[in-house]
Each structure stands twice: as structure tokens, then as C-alpha cells.
Design a protein around this ligand. Structure first.
Ligand code: AHG
Ligand code: MN
Ligand code: MN
Length: 336
């Protein structure tokens, strides 16, 4: 069963999906290669003096881990040579990265979080690379403009992540369902292990950083209290789980169902997570798997980004659990 390689899968899909041109498939190959290189480094991180911080603070105001910076450099180096991209944006870079003229330019735009959950790296807990693929608006040719990149998430033509866990896994959608591949380290190839992944309609796990309770508004407190006090689908209480690496918390949600929440709060009025490199790609996967992603008021994929590093509250996972959150926020809104 696990004999279909990701290469074979992409070639089959290239025939089925109109956006999957040779250029697009080439982009995915190079992304996969970057993921394998990052995975190799992470596997040996404790042996190579690449744990800990660099002493720098990134554009998000967060401490940069050495592995953040290594993963960022691997992605930029490999992807600017792919011939498929005209621009990139990384969580670790303040500005848009325009490709060319020294490298061949393509039609696609890649937005990525090179290492998500990086504060976990020193304790050997899951981290991942999240990516979102957009197409440059038709007819545009010269220098890429910021407006060409600030597209709403429903315009993504592909998205996914590579999870560096006990196994390294690639989870990918190009608009034709969500498919999971596990890296066989012996042969260095991703093999199809999770075809056509679907999020259960309703789950029994909720996931949030509960330590921030004091910073939430009344509506958010009500949302979380609902999950704390209501029986889940199996007649038992919801279970709480929080890894603190979005990519890992999302992966569990995709496989098991339930909801992941990162709400707005007093200190962070737009939440913490980045719309373009974190929320949009995972929202695309969630919808492709039959789930939902919302900012509490509306669909994540409909949000128009105002800047590259715009943030958004995020509620993502099983359809019924996300709809419950929207219902509670709407009730509070109506009372105002
Ligand atoms: P990153 O490591 O890319 O900066 O992302 C960290 C994010 C996300 O992975 C995680 O879910 C969240 O930060 C955890 O934040 P809190 O520590 O505030 O819960
Ligand atoms: Mn992140
Ligand atoms: Mn990151």
C-alpha cells in the first residue's frame, strides 16, 4: 500500500488538476527536497551545536532559534533556484523576496513559515515547515508588487506542511483532497501513507493555551468554557491537548478531529498566528479535508491580508466544533 511515491502521486495529479503544470510540480519537488534537508538537520540537531537561540529577534519580535535561521536559509536557497517562483515571503524575513534576475523566474508565489513551533526544538518535540502557494495575477510580468502577493487564502493553488515528528510527514493539498506521505529515511523518499485525509465532523479534543485565560474577553471565555463543560460526541468530557507547535496541534486535529484555538486577547488584539504563512495554508487543508477554519466571525480564507505579516485569531478543525465557536461569538455580538 505504501508503495506510491510522492513523485508518482504528483504526476497522476498533474493530469487531474488544471493548475498542476510542469512548473507547479517542479515547485513541489523542490519544496520536498528542502523539507528533506531540514529534516536531516533536525534529526541530528542535538549533535551539531544548532540548538538554542541566535541572539537575534525577528520581524515578529520573537527570539530567533538557530534552527529557524537554518531552515529559512535552506528554503530560500533551494526555492529561488526552482524556476517556478517570482516571489517568496518568509515568516523570518521582514520584506518580500523577489526572485531574479540572476535566477529563472516562474509564475508562482511561495509563502512559508520555515520552522513552526521552534521554541520546541531544544526539547526534541515536533516542529514543522508550513507553506502556501499562490499564483501571480494573470498578465503581470515586471517586478512583483506587494499587492500581487496580498491575496486572500481562497486563491491558494496549493498548501501543506512537513512535520518533523517521530516520522517526517508531508501533508499536501493541491485542491484535490488532502494526502499524507511519510518519509522512508532508508530510501529518502516520501511514500503515500494517508490518502484522502478527512477531519471528523465533530471531535472530542480542544486545544488552546489556557494560561492566557485572564487576557481573554467574555466571549472567548464563554467559548472555552463551553468546551470545558459540555459533553463531546462520545458522551464524555472534551479532552485538552496543547503541544504549542501549531503544525503539530493541527496535525492531531486533522487526524483525530476537535478544535485548535488561538484567539485574540488583551495583549494581542489580532491573536498571534500569521494569516499568510500559518492560518491560510492550514485553513486550506482543513477545508479540503471537510473541516472549517474561522477567525471566530468568518472564514479565514476570505480575509484580505493588509500586510505580509498580518495576524489573525484562528479556530480550526472539525466543522461542528468551529461552528459552535462562531455561534457563541455571534450571540455575544448580538448582545452589544
Ligand atoms: P513560530 O515558532 O513559527 O514562531 O510559531 C509559534 C506559534 C505556533 O507554532 C504555536 O501554536 C504558538 O506559537 C504557541 O504560542 P503560545 O506560546 O503563545 O501558546
Ligand atoms: Mn509558526
Ligand atoms: Mn517559525
Amino acid at each position: 500500500m505504501a508503495d506510491i511515491t510522492v513523485t508518482e502521486h504528483l504526476l497522476l495529479h498533474q493530469k487531474k488538476t488544471p493548475q498542476a503544470t510542469g512548473q507547479f510540480t517542479g515547485l513541489l519537488y523542490d519544496l520536498i527536497l528542502s523539507g528533506k534537508s531540514i529534516s536531516q538537520r533536525i534529526n541530528k540537531a542535538g549533535l551539531l551545536d544548532i540548538l538554542g537561540g541566535t541572539g537575534e529577534v525577528n520581524v515578529q519580535g520573537e527570539d530567533v532559534q538557530k534552527m529557524d535561521s537554518i531552515a529559512n536559509r535552506i528554503m530560500i536557497y533551494r526555492m529561488e533556484r526552482s524556476g517556478a517562483l517570482c516571489a517568496m515571503s518568509s515568516e523570518e524575513e521582514a520584506d518580500l523576496i523577489r526572485v531574479g534576475p540572476e535566477f529563472p523566474r516562474g509564475d508562482y508565489i511561495l509563502i512559508f513559515d520555515p520552522l513552526d513551533g521552534s521554541s520546541n526544538i531544544d526539547i526534541d518535540i515536533n516542529v514543522g515547515t508550513i507553506f502556501s502557494i499562490l499564483r501571480r495575477p494573470a498578465g503581470e510580468t515586471g517586478e512583483v508588487r506587494l499587492e500581487d502577493v496580498l491575496q486572500p487564502g481562497y486563491q491558494q493553488v496549493g498548501a501543506g506542511y512537513i512535520l518533523y515528528g517521530p516520522s517526517t510527514m508531508l501533508v499536501l493539498s493541491t485542491g484535490d483532497g488532502v494526502h499524507g506521505f511519510t518519509l522512508d529515511p532508508g530510501v529518502g523518499e516520501f511514500l503515500l501513507s494517508h490518502p484522502n485525509m478527512k477531519i471528523p465532523e465533530k471531535g472530542s479534543i480542544y486545544s488552546i493555551n489556557d494560561g492566557y485565560y485572564r487576557y481573554w474577553d467574555d466571549a472567548t471565555k464563554d467559548v472555552v468554557d463551553w468546551f470545558r463543560t459540555t459533553e463531546s460526541k462520545d458522551g464524555k468530557p472534551y479532552t485538552a491537548r496543547y503541544v504549542g507547535a501549531l503544525v503539530a496541534d493541527f496535525h492531531r486535529t486533522l487526524l483525530r478531529g476537535g478544535i485548535y484555538m488561538y484567539p485574540a486577547e488583551k495583549r494581542k488584539p489580532d491573536g498571534k498566528l500569521r494569516l499568510m504563512c500559518e492560518a491560510n495554508p492550514l485553513a486550506y487543508l482543513a477545508e479540503q479535508a471537510g473541516g472549517k477554519a474561522s477567525d471566530g466571525r468568518g472564514r479565514i480564507l476570505d480575509k484580505i491580508p493588509t500586510k505580509l505579516h498580518a495576524r489573525t485569531p484562528l479556530f480550526i478543525g472539525s466543522k461542528e466544533d468551529v461552528e459552535k465557536v462562531e455561534e457563541i461569538y455571534a450571540r455575544h455580538e448580538a448582545k452589544k
